[in-house]
Design a protein. Sequence first.
Length: 251
Amino acid sequence: MELRVAHLYPDVMNLYGDRGNAIAIRARCARRGIGCTVRPVAIGDRFDPGDADLVLIGGGQDREQRRVAPDLLARGPALREAVEGGLPVLAVCGGFQLFGHRYVDHEGGSIPGIGVFDAETRHPGPAADRCIGDIVVETRFGEVAGFENHGGRTYLAPGQEPFGRVRLGYGNNGEDGTEGAVRGNAIGTYLHGSLLPKNPVLADWLILAGLRRRYGPAVELAPLDDSAEERAHAAAVRAAERRARRPSRTA
């Protein structure tokens, strides 16, 4: 078997080690003897989502989002169709925002998204605190830990399923307890860190979703020794717990 991974704009959207998600996917496939090709997709490259088994996109600041948005918008119809057909996606932070309907920046300018997730992100203004720090989220995949740093607040439309519920940290907006969004096999989240090396259950779910979409539902993954990954996960949770015990202060 081979997993074909499309990594969108890795040269532009790569805050806080998001490229590590692609490295983790490749490494976990290699440990199982599964071929894995990670194809970087830059602005202007030819790309058919139907040729991918998994799509990754990382985070970027406002200027990076403005830079990639026109190219991503042109790919939007094909990506939405592929997601409806079961294509797994991991969209992190700025990528998550661009996979929603729009991001309204601190000056009121609107960056259009592709509408995979029924969500909108709005920046509350330059005087507002950032949502920054270690975060722990309860999800259908179990406890997920990472690091968030975002100024925008994301609000899900009624009926849009969140990725999870915040146990420690801010999440989408610091108000309603939601974090991220899920549609089909597509996941949007604010968790950097990078996310997948210390959350192996989520990494394996994405791998399995991609392989089953290509090879059929009988595909299973051989178990791995995840003791190192579990220690990293536990350390991330402890960091979030320590931060939660500190007196609050402006981010």
